[in-house]
Write a protein of this length. Structure first.
Length: 176
């Protein structure tokens, strides 16, 4: 796909769940690729570099410490991470700074049902987090289909519908 013609798909199924003194974004997405392919995209540093909002210091498919670096233009910010659980190809759980991410992959007749639970400190950021993951997972879907568009990260996301997605997710999450 020509990067300039890339546009995000419709909003995904989302919910906001309280998690003690924090909040969890529940984000569900159907992907047309088998769990093994999705797992590789979630764990392999080279694959992550092609779609994720961060670069990983190592393969995330095994428990242990790592570093995840966000990229925004020329600015790279490293944050500590720790893979807590890695059960190929169904469950990946890790910390990213103060956040907790839990990826669950379930096979479907046509691919994978991906369920992401991203726990953050403040409910107000959930629409922004949802919009960011929405764009990233659209890019990942193209990558896995053999039609890469390249990563869309940081402020560049605003050129690809991030603001509209944030507003749509705010409405869906009851934050508008």
């Amino acid at each position: 796909m020509d990067r300039d013609s890339f546009r995000p798909g419709p909003p995904a199924q989302v919910a906001a769940e309280p998690a003690d003194d924090r909040w969890t974004l529940l984000f569900v997405r159907e992907l047309r690729h088998p769990p093994e392919q999705v797992w590789a995209a979630l764990t392999n540093p080279a694959r992550l570099a092609e779609w994720a909002p961060f670069l990983a210091s190592r393969d995330l498919g095994t428990p242990g410490d790592a570093a995840l670096s966000t990229v925004d233009g020329d600015e790279v910010t490293e944050q500590p991470a720790r893979v807590l659980r890695a059960e190929r190809p169904t469950l990946l759980e890790y910390t990213w700074g103060e956040d907790l991410l839990r990826w669950e992959l379930a096979p479907t007749g046509v691919g994978t049902r991906l369920t992401l639970r991203h726990t953050v400190a403040h409910r107000a950021v959930l629409p922004m987090v949802a919009a960011g993951w929405h764009l990233c997972l659209d890019v990942a879907d193209h990558l896995l289909a053999g039609d890469p568009v390249g990563p869309i990260r940081g402020t560049e996301a605003k050129d690809f519908g991030w603001v509209e997605l944030r507003d749509a997710y705010a409405e869906r999450l009851g934050d508008s």
